[in-house]
Design a protein around this ligand. Structure first.
Ligand code: NAD
Length: 338
């Protein structure tokens, strides 16, 4: 390629852009900003031809307004709530996400959490390490067989579907609630469609949340919703924190309504020591201590998924800089290339 080289800026999260440089080697120079706040972008981002933001940074309208050459924002992730995509659209800047890098990894994490709770692995390991109870399966009683138990999915998108296939392979009775999915998927996957959230909750031995965070789904799973679940059921959330009101979990576990909960995502995303769930989970005297699994928004993570994510963002920039058609534009109908 002749002419001046383009300028690609990675705003945050990635500090060694070796992979991105390799993919863009004949097209652009790659700069990393290692920013953690939006104001740290000032004076460093305005000339960028393409921007790759991860999840530590917000890109709001004032920042977008200062961009002079930007041809694409390639968001390093699925969710794009940290970019003002509507303003980007007004400015003619396409925003693309990476919808598929962690589909399998998140589904594996969700089903893995469920299985380790249902089989008593997490509970027995936690209790016995703390020298609590007899060295026997009896203290985990009553455990239920996985095969035939209801695995209920909220949101049958990419990850929900991958979770459905895994749960099916375990012999679970898989059902889903997703009002936005056209008919056909239940038959294609050999699973059951449930018409209402209440009906879904009422039969969910395991409830696995896989919908996006929207006004409609915010706190969709609260104390009232959990109360509709069967006694001794399990809740798993690897989607977005605010979909579940986690303050309902300690009491639900203490009462036996929930036999366990696996939570990977939180309304806050740095550990909040005074969060009621964290307090109960840390307290060796609280039943949640042995029955709740917390992970730090790591459900997506494997070395392979991270490489897929980084490669996809760089490929998106490459396509935009070469004027080729873009995929995964989340703010259509913006510029879509030639
Ligand atoms: P997707 O867009 O493919 O699927 C989401 C599904 O939810 C769609 O089928 C949609 O119709 C459905 N949905 C929307 N509103 C709903 C509602 N009110 N009730 C029920 N269903 C509803 O998304 P995906 O790639 O499968 O991602 C699913 C979730 O996982 C998202 O919240 C995403 O942010 C999250 N995620 C988490 C991690 C992690 O590391 N924990 C990583 C990637 C994605």
């Amino acid at each position: 390629m002749s002419g001046p080289r383009s300028d690609v800026v990675i705003t945050d999260f990635i500090s060694n852009p070796n992979l991105e440089r390799e993919i863009l080697r004949d097209v652009a120079d790659v700069r990393v900003l290692n920013a953690t706040r939006e104001d740290e972008l000032a004076g460093r981002i305005e000339t960028a031809d393409a921007i790759i933001p991860y999840h530590y940074i917000v890109i709001s309208a004032p920042t977008l307004n200062r961009l002079r050459n930007c041809k694409v924002i390639a968001r390093g992730g699925v969710g794009f709530d940290n970019v003002d995509v509507a303003r980007a659209r007004e400015l003619g800047i396409p925003v693309c996400n990476v919808p598929d890098y962690g589909t399998e990894d998140v589904a594996d994490s969700a089903v893995g959490m469920a299985v380790s709770m249902i089989r008593g692995v997490a509970f027995l390991n936690s209790r016995l390490r703390a020298s609590r109870g007899p060295w026997s399966p009896s203290q985990a009683a009553p455990l239920q067989r996985i095969r035939g138990s209801v695995f209920a999915i909220i949101g049958l998108g990419r990850i929900g579907t991958a979770a459905a296939l895994r749960a099916k392979a375990l012999g679970m009775d898989v059902c889903f609630y997703d009002p936005y999915k056209p008919d056909g998927y239940a038959k294609a996957l050999g699973i059951r469609r449930v018409e209402s959230l209440e009906e879904t909750l009422g039969q969910a031995f395991t409830l696995s949340v896989h919908c996006p965070l929207t006004d409609e789904t915010r706190h969709m799973i609260d104390a009232e919703a959990v109360a509709l679940m069967p006694e001794g059921s399990y809740l798993v959330n690897t989607a977005r924190g605010a979909i579940v009101d986690t303050s309902a979990i300690p009491d639900a576990v203490a009462s036996g309504r929930l036999a366990g909960a696996g939570i990977d995502v939180f309304e806050w995303e740095q550990l909040k020591e005074d969060d009621p769930l964290v307090v109960a989970w840390r307290d060796p005297g609280h039943p949640a201590h042995h029955r709740v699994l917390l992970t730090p928004h790591s459900a997506f993570y494997s070395e392979q998924s991270l490489m897929d994510l980084r490669a996809s963002t760089a490929e998106t920039c490459r396509r935009a800089l070469l004027g080729q058609p873009l995929r995964n534009i989340v703010n259509l109908p913006a510029t879509t290339g030639p």
